[in-house]
Design a protein around this ligand. Structure first.
Ligand code: G3P
Ligand code: CA
Length: 308
């Protein structure tokens, strides 16, 4: 297969989306450890703040989709019937079990994996992930990075961005400083990354996420990409934005010095026309020329990039 005008010497990375979430419950230490062992270059935690300002790894701002909070704290839902992580202390969240995800239809997303009663998993702190990766890197000599996403930034205090401030402090405390740090900070927020630069003075690598909704359309225009290039190191678009432009978005981003890390690649959710995840991954890495991608199956992406 030939790349279409793309620089084949660019570094290409595998980002373990929510850990090895194609195999184990997302955002658990076992899922992160498995992703490390499978050869991921970066491990992705989504990050949410607790009532006592602790950072935990959780995709949703609610707890009920991936924990047993309804069983442990049946009376703590808000009026909308949801259990918000921001209403719970870390000590309370430590009492919960992390579970397989419950989908919007109320069914388990991975019905063939762990039962709803499985109690072997916990919601990890971001610190626990960072410390595990550091320990593994010391032992293996690898330089696996982390790729934290500040979740639901629209819920933040616009003036103080407490989650972002806490994240930057934690990263600095663990040696993540400067342009070469093995970290990418990602956000769907429209101003959050820019403000992490301008308000907090961070020079850490940052990736602007670009959703598939109309609200993000302006970001993929020439002016939008120019604006992103003033504060971010790359874009993390929904993968359909690349496919629908037949890769042109990658070219336009690269012309501005922006890396491109699309999401999300899953063996169980292939686009029409693909029968194997490997085929979809090869198209994005080697035809569209992306610099990395988020996948639930880090092992398959590693095999595509570095076959032995
Ligand atoms: O952060 C990239 C990708 O993870 C965005 O999707 O919903 O899984 O956080 P989501
Ligand atoms: Ca994410």
């Amino acid at each position: 297969r030939q790349a279409r005008g793309h620089d084949m010497s660019r570094e290409r990375i595998v980002i373990a989306h929510r850990g090895a979430s194609g195999y184990l419950p997302e955002h658990t230490l076992p899922a992160y450890a498995m992703a490390y062992a499978l050869g991921a270059d970066y491990i992705e935690p989504d990050v949410v703040m607790t009532a006592d300002a602790q950072l935990i790894c959780l995709h949703d701002i609610h707890l009920e989709s991936t924990t047993d909070v309804e069983r442990g704290f049946p009376d703590r839902a808000r009026d909308d019937g949801r259990w918000y992580a921001a209403d719970f202390t870390l000590a309370e969240i430590r009492q919960l079990s992390a579970t397989e995800r419950t989908g919007a239809d109320g069914g388990r997303v991975f019905p063939g994996r762990f039962s709803a009663d499985a109690r072997g998993f916990q919601v990890p702190t971001l610190a626990a992930l960072i410390e595990m990766v550091a320990a593994l890197n010391r032992q293996t000599g690898r330089a696996v990075g982390i790729y934290p996403e500040t979740k639901a930034p629209v819920f933040h205090d616009d003036e103080h961005l407490p989650l972002e401030a806490a994240l930057l402090e934690m990263l600095a405390d663990h040696g993540y400083t400067g342009r070469d740090a093995r970290v990418y900070i990602q956000s769907f927020g429209f101003d959050n990354l820019r403000e992490m630069r301008s308000v907090f003075g961070s020079d850490l690598p940052m990736i602007q996420l670009i959703g598939d909704g109309a609200a993000y359309d302006a970001m993929v225009t020439p002016d939008g990409l120019d604006a992103i290039a003033t504060y971010a190191d790359g874009i993390g678009p929904d993968k359909t934005r690349i496919a629908t432009t037949d890769g042109a978005l990658v070219t336009h981003a690269h012309q501005r010095g922006l890396k491109v890390h699309p999401y999300t690649f899953r063996a169980d959710q292939l686009p029409a026309g693909d029968t194997r995840l490997e085929d979809e991954l090869r198209r994005y890495y080697f035809e569209y020329g992306v610099d990395g991608l988020f996948t639930d199956f880090a092992d398959i992406a590693v095999e595509v990039l570095r076959p032995d």
